[in-house]
Design a protein around this ligand. Structure first.
Ligand SMILES: C[S@@+](CC[C@H](N)C(=O)[O-])C[C@H]1O[C@@H](n2cnc3c(N)ncnc32)[C@H](O)[C@@H]1O
Length: 420
């Protein structure tokens, strides 16, 4: 992270709130790139404003798209050739690595023979998460712990008994059984973490690995209210929230003029990743999305109205009945009549062309996933600083192990020590 002259990049020397402000203003400035969903918007306004970028993406091969989608900094450099205001991208999204050496991570990762029922990635993620927190000085409270994979990884590293909270009875039972079988000092309790009468145990270190949206926000709020000495959270699924519009947790962010107010649907972008479903499922998804885009063109033409019309989820049987049957069903759902001479082949071809275009416009949109994610996580960071914590924000593992690799690690300090 430190350059040859021993200088830290400015992204690491600015305060969390300064970084949040920059991202907020940058995301507002570039709203037209990421807010409209390409599936519903054939001609985004940026394509008119940056015709060379629109031509550039249109000329990319499928394999170029795949490669650029997986290498965000390279994608940003490529897009910035046409839209220079995106030049700062790498600097804006830079965060330090928090995990120690590979050897130290390996040392705390549960051995495969002890990792019963634990998917390989979860084992490695839990190991990297735990290693990034060492040394641990308090017993851990694992929030939404599932079968307690992280709890069992942390148990040998912290004093006392690791507690897990989980609301699924079966996971609680299986998790406690695993802990007993391997002699881990872990106890999982059946608990709804959203319960209003929940009281947190004193002096525990609250940890959460991939607890979704409101669940991790509940730990941020309740954990800091209870004055837990340390909170370490790797968030995910920011959009899973009771409220339609995201409201910042931190007072500073909430009071910022020109505040970005992403909807639940906007926030979904932060966790959009390439789907790694089996090839058969991917093929079927592609087929149906081509049909939907083909029908979208047809309905715009028939209604004489250039507007997206939502079509509900289709019954599974339709997938085997072909495009004309899909169009007849979709027309029925949207109370439209299809003319007898509808040229289904032409509309199917139209769907294929739109699909290629959607993929390329999505590529540009995907550039904004990490900035949007960091915007939310920096708000959490500033919130914790406001509550009297000193916070480290960084990544605990490589993106290849999980793209949800951000970690907020907050240690309670006395108010007078607090940099916020
Ligand atoms: C994405 S999983 C993460 C599990 C675990 N932290 C891990 O990394 O393996 C989220 C877990 O939260 C649990 N959960 C969801 N809502 C909950 C609630 N209100 N109270 C407690 N647990 C909840 C789910 O049952 C699930 O096990």
């Amino acid at each position: 992270m430190i350059d040859r002259n021993g200088v830290l990049p400015t992204s690491l020397t600015r305060s969390a709130y300064q970084r949040w402000q920059e991202l907020n203003d940058w995301l507002v400035q570039h709203r037209e790139f990421w807010q409209p969903a390409p599936f519903m918007t054939p001609e985004p306004s940026w394509a008119r404003r940056y015709p060379e970028l629109a031509d550039g993406v249109a000329g990319l091969s499928d394999s170029d798209c795949e490669h650029l989608n997986e290498t965000p900094n390279e994608l940003a450099r490529w897009v910035a050739r046409f839209a220079p205001s995106l030049t700062d991208y790498a600097e804006l999204v830079q965060v330090p690595h928090l995990s120690p050496s590979m050897e130290e991570v390996a040392e705390v990762t549960l051995a495969e023979v002890r990792a019963t029922d634990m998917p390989g990635r979860k084992r490695l993620q839990s190991g990297a998460f735990a290693a990034s927190l060492a040394p641990l000085e308090h017993p851990a409270l694992d929030w939404c712990c599932g079968k307690g994979h992280l709890s069992r990884t942390l148990a040998p590293l912290c004093p006392g008994e690791t507690q897990g909270y989980e609301w699924n009875q079966e996971l609680v039972r299986d998790g406690n059984r695993l802990a007993r079988r391997f002699g881990d000092r872990v106890s999982i309790t059946l608990q709804d973490v959203m319960a209003s009468d929940l009281t947190l145990p004193d002096n525990f270190h609250g940890v959460a690995l991939h607890a979704c949206g409101d669940l991790h926000r509940q730990l941020l709020r309740r954990g800091s209210e209870a004055g837990l000495p340390r909170l370490s959270i790797s968030p995910c699924c920011y959009h899973l929230a009771g409220e339609e519009t995201y409201r910042p947790l931190s007072e500073k962010a909430a009071g910022h003029g020109g505040l970005l107010q992403p909807s639940r649907n906007d926030l979904r972008l932060a966790v959009r990743e390439t789907v790694t479903a089996p090839a058969r499922v991917r093929k079927q998804t592609r087929k149906v999305s081509q049909w939907r885009l083909g029908f979208d063109g047809l309905q715009r033409h028939l209604r004489g109205c250039d507007e997206y019309l939502p079509v509900p989820s289709h019954p599974a049987r339709l997938v085997n009945e072909g495009f004309p049957a899909f169009c007849r069903w979709a027309a029925e759902q949207t109370q439209m009549e299809l003319p007898g001479d509808t040229d289904f082949d032409a509309w199917l071809e139209f769907g294929a062309q739109r699909q290629a275009q959607v993929r390329r416009h999505e590529l540009v949109r995907h550039l904004f996933r990490r900035p949007l994610e960091l915007w939310v996580v920096l708000d959490y960071t500033v919130f914790l600083e406001e509550q009297g914590y000193r916070v480290r924000l960084g990544q605990f593992c490589d993106r290849a192990l999980t793209p949800r690799n951000l970690l907020i690690d907050a240690i309670r300090v006395s108010v007078s020590d607090n940099p916020a």
